[in-house]
Design a protein around this ligand. Structure first.
Ligand SMILES: C[S@@+](CC[C@H](N)C(=O)[O-])C[C@H]1O[C@@H](n2cnc3c(N)ncnc32)[C@H](O)[C@@H]1O
Length: 299
């Protein structure tokens, strides 16, 4: 019997296991920071599960945010046509193309790295992305998600890993305690649902909270309204800035007066005594349409 040690004792193939992550981080001198939400996945089964849950197809052009050391990137590259990843960290951004070339050389020409803050990215190299799959940096997860959904309408399917509590908020339905600005804004673009839970022990370093997967599928038909997205989002922001108040009171500043807010709400068929947490995105759009005209508004 040949007793030579297996070149892949953990059975992860090209993917990164716990020892690979620590070794790569050590070689690069990476010390994960909370400020940048750096918790790296060390479990190949978890990244395989994320790719499977995202429904990544061989013709997908996948956008990833925060590839870090490449745990998820490598699994995405094994399944997709192309992967474009946006990384803010200088050391990680510089190292990742070499990691991809070393571990998955036959797919390396399908990978592009954009060294930037995802919140500032408005253009990407190569073909339009069809899917967003990411273990998002937790401190900027919602703004990054909304920025990319707005900026890249070609993104049909999204699967993101976020803090469990943020996952609940994104996928919340009207009437739920955690329904709020992220829920309504995400619903403007997509059908949103929770797609599973992820424990802390699959990360290095382990975070203090559990994580959750959220699936967002672009709406077939956008919300039917004559109001613009920004007009609708202005009502949403105002309604939840004072979420304990009735909409009549909470929207007074937005409408110019409480009477104006009442006019907009009744015009939209909404009880002025209701609270923002009761309204669907379509109802917020109807309120935006009925905002009373004010001096200074365009003709
Ligand atoms: C939770 S880690 C995920 C790392 C890797 N995808 C994984 O699953 O192991 C978040 C990553 O996002 C990066 N990051 C943080 N803020 C960012 C931003 N504004 N734009 C792009 N990348 C960011 C961090 O440097 C880090 O690599």
């Amino acid at each position: 019997m040949n007793s030579a040690p297996s070149p892949d004792p953990a059975g992860t193939g090209a993917l990164l296991g716990p020892a690979d992550v620590r070794e790569l981080a050590g070689a690069l001198g990476v010390r994960p920071t909370k400020q940048r939400g750096q918790n790296f996945v060390i479990d190949a089964n978890t990244v395989r599960r994320i790719v499977r849950t995202a429904g990544v197809r061989p013709d997908d052009v996948v956008l990833e945010v925060g590839p870090g050391l490449g745990s998820l990137t490598l699994a995405l590259l094994e399944s997709a046509e192309r992967v474009t990843a946006i990384e803010i960290d200088d050391v990680l951004a510089e190292a990742l193309p070499a990691t991809v070339r070393a571990r998955l050389p036959e797919r390396a020409d399908r990978f592009a790295l954009v060294h930037a803050d995802a919140l500032r990215v408005t253009e990407l190299p190569g073909p339009e992305p069809t899917a967003l799959v990411a273990n998002l940096p937790y401190n900027v997860a919602v703004p990054v998600l909304l920025h990319l959904l707005a900026g890249f309408p070609s993104l049909e399917r999204t699967l993101v890993m976020v803090q469990s509590e943020v996952a609940d908020r994104l996928a919340a339905a009207p009437g739920s305690k955690v329904y709020g600005v992220p829920s309504v804004k995400a619903a403007w673009y997509c059908e949103v649902k929770r797609a599973g839970a992820i424990g802390r022990n699959v990360f290095w370093p382990a975070p203090n909270v559990d994580s959750g997967l959220v699936s967002l599928v672009r709406r077939e038909r956008p919300v039917a309204t004559s109001a613009s997205r920004d007009e609708v989002f202005a009502v949403v922001d105002a309604a939840f800035a004072q979420r304990r108040k009735t909409l009549r009171a909470a929207l007074a500043g937005w409408a110019g007066s409480a009477a104006g807010a009442e006019e907009a709400l009744t015009g939209a068929g909404i009880d002025p005594r209701a609270r923002g947490e009761a309204l669907t995105v379509e109802e917020f759009a109807a309120v935006a349409e009925h905002r009373p005209k004010r001096e200074g508004d365009g003709a």
